[in-house]
Design a protein around this ligand. Structure first.
Ligand code: GLN
Length: 541
């Protein structure tokens, strides 16, 4: 039987609820407990796959092919486990199940009601995830903030669980304490309101995590305790840190795991120690040399603000790999559309040690990416292309090396005469019937590596498994020509029919993967391809 910790947010989103949940999991793991974590997204979408990246951020793909939220990625990185689709739910997903069951007469002719049937389905999913993971402790992060209309049913589920087993369920409120510039003083009132809003859903926070720019001081701790109805020692100070990987160490210093275990009447066991983690944090902190990596994309701006959340796992994978080599990653966000307007800008790539083009969709910015790929290929700047970044590298190679001037991906030009990247078998029908949701080639597939490839050496294995999210693939018709012109097919599906990795042996480091290696990088275990990419980038400095 698992214990359950609900992590809910107050005041505003984006204050690191996912990191807080993952960090709680991490320190509990270090005390010897099996931990798993779930993410609840209150929106109607069944998964994150159909959402605009600027709106949603990264779509994190699991081994079992679910298109989830970036917090699932944070859990995988912090807990160093593989999280499956049962750990992710949305309002859409919950309702879909309830309605399907109703249609199948599974409610035995009862009137199916929002309460209790919807929260009951939520509870069923939470318990199932706990059971599958054989967890001692299960964390459930409720997306959004308390008081939002759309997460009421999830809070109701949490309340019902607490009511049924008061000693098995805890509530952590992660709330923000602003320090308005004109006042220069940390304000507790918004958090007091958040706590009260939580109360009105029938829930009392057991622990408050006080997120702020600065550490919480004593007067404000007392105030919060008084107004939120928690003991002063049950408030955790969580000031901004320069690396999210420091958060578990901060929690550990405040003995948060002991606090939680005491509330569950559980004793500390011998667990996974965090020495690797501490070492990683220290290395990152003390690294002196830097490596400059350009990430070329298009999903960067919303209004006046620049977001890089869309590429979160890529960023983390680059950091892990850099720290492995004891260097600081300096990441530059380059907008590929700028290269279309002004090709002279490509010169800025000369100042970089390496270039990454991550996954993407659609036409915007594509020619700029292709121009950038040509630039790094001919200037021998290390290149790592991920999914779209691989496909566009193939287009570039086809146009400028293999002599197929009009080559393109069918994604952009469906009627192109030389579709070097074409739609996968079966996908056409899916697109024609608009069955877009969850129908790409998703999740983990095996891949075998060419004996004399960078990939083979990097992985140190012949067969690997990586995660995918795409509808298009390299067109096998052009394989013989490409190979003749010097493109190495470095990895394929075991039946050799699907190209998974391309390399250019004449180049210091030019690797493109149809899959997304970034999803499997871990802070203390960088992904082999990112690791070798950074090694090459450092050589290029
Ligand atoms: N748009 C491309 C495809 O669907 C690449 C997808 C991606 O980069 N994830 O195949």
């Amino acid at each position: 039987m698992s214990k359950f910790i609900f992590v809910v947010g107050g005041v505003m989103s984006g204050v690191g609820k996912g990191t807080a949940a993952a960090s709680i999991g991490k320190i509990l793991q270090s005390k010897g407990f099996a931990v798993t974590a779930l993410k609840i997204d209150p929106y109607i979408n069944v998964d994150a796959g159909t959402m605009n990246p600027v709106e949603h951020g990264e779509v994190f793909v699991t081994d079992d092919g679910d298109e989830t939220d970036q917090d699932i990625g944070t859990y995988e990185r912090f807990l160093d486990t593989t999280i499956s689709s049962v750990n992710y739910m949305t309002t859409g997903r919950v309702y879909q199940t309830v309605i399907e069951r109703e249609r199948n007469l599974e409610y035995g002719g009862k009137c199916v009601e929002v309460v209790p049937h919807v929260p009951e389905e939520v509870i069923r999913r939470i318990r199932l995830a706990a059971k599958r993971a054989k967890a001692d402790i299960t964390l459930i992060e409720v997306g959004g903030t308390v008081g939002e209309y759309q997460n009421i049913l999830f809070l109701e589920a949490a309340r019902m669980m607490k009511l049924a087993a008061p000693r098995e369920v805890l509530f952590v409120l992660v709330s923000y304490l602003p320090i308005p510039g004109n006042l220069g003083e940390m304000k507790t009132k918004p958090t007091q309101y958040a706590s009260r809003t939580l109360n009105s859903a029938g829930i009392q926070a057991d622990i408050v995590i006080a997120r702020s720019e600065r550490p919480l001081d004593e007067p404000r701790r007392r105030k919060l305790a008084m107004f939120c109805g928690v003991a002063a020692q049950d408030i955790v100070s969580a000031p901004d840190v320069d690396s999210i990987y420091k958060v578990p160490l901060n929690f550990e210093k405040q003995r948060l795991a002991e606090l939680i275990l005491a509330k569950f009447a559980m004793k500390v066991r011998r667990g996974r120690d965090m020495s690797d983690w501490k070492k990683m944090v220290r290395t990152a902190e003390h690294a002196k040399r830097t490596v400059r990596i350009g990430v070329i994309g298009k999903y960067f701006s919303t209004g006046d603000f620049t977001l890089s959340d869309v590429y979160l796992s890529v960023i983390e994978a680059l950091k892990h790999a850099a720290w492995f080599h004891r260097v600081k990653p300096e990441l530059l966000w380059l907008n590929s559309e700028a290269y279309e307007k002004n090709p002279a800008l490509l010169k800025e790539l000369d100042d970089l040690d390496g270039v990454v083009i991550p996954g993407g969709f659609g036409t915007r910015g594509v020619e700029g990416k292709i121009a950038a790929i040509q630039y790094v290929r001919t200037r021998k700047i290390p290149y790592l292309g991920l999914c779209y970044g691989m496909q566009l590298a193939v287009v570039e190679f086809a146009r400028h090396v293999a002599g197929l001037k009009d080559a393109n991906t069918a994604e952009i030009k469906p009627d192109v005469i030389t579709p070097v990247i074409h739609i996968m078998l079966g996908q056409e029908k899916i697109m024609a019937t608009k069955k877009y949701g969850g129908t790409m080639r998703l999740g983990a597939y095996p891949c075998v590596l060419h004996a004399h490839s960078i990939a083979r050496k990097a992985y140190g294995a012949r067969a690997i498994s990586e995660r995918h999210r795409h509808r298009y693939e390299l067109n096998n018709k052009y394989r013989p020509l490409f190979e003749k012109r010097g493109l190495l097919i470095a990895g394929t599906s075991p039946d050799r029919k699907l190209v998974e990795i391309i390399e250019l042996p004449q180049h210091p480091f030019f690797v493109g993967t149809q899959f997304h290696p970034e999803f499997k990088s871990r802070p203390t275990r960088p992904h082999p391809l990112f690791r070798e990419f950074i090694r090459a980038a450092m050589r290029n400095r």
